[in-house]
Design a protein around this ligand. Structure first.
Ligand SMILES: [Zn+2]
Length: 104
């Protein structure tokens, strides 16, 4: 079992980074609304890419919040499907894992 205090710190740090990046992306999107219409085609492609990044960010934020909640409740490292302990090796590779390797 990893050091939960350290893990919590690392999760919170990552969460802050992700929120900052998400805010940066939102700023970009806002600026694009003011952009010259001749750049619209390029902007459209960019917006799609940004929307994709945004989804990835959102998913990661959700996963980290879930992991933090599990630390708080004392269920961190426990498989959400079968209740077995998730191996330390798996948690090291994927700290936000909520299922054991068999249930993943
Ligand atoms: Zn399981």
């Amino acid at each position: 079992m990893p050091d939960l205090g350290e893990l919590e710190k690392a999760f919170n740090k990552r969460l802050a980074e992700l929120v900052e990046r998400a805010e940066g992306i939102e700023d970009d999107l806002r600026h694009k609304l003011d952009a010259d219409s001749s750049e619209q085609a390029i902007d459209l492609a960019d917006d799609e890419a940004l929307a994709g990044i945004d989804n990835v960010l959102r998913d990661e934020v959700r996963e980290i919040r879930e992991a933090l909640l599990r630390i708080e409740r004392g269920t961190y490292g426990q498989c959400s499907a079968c209740g077995a302990e998730i191996s330390a090796q798996r948690l090291k590779a994927l700290p936000v894992a909520i299922r054991c390797i068999k249930c993943a």
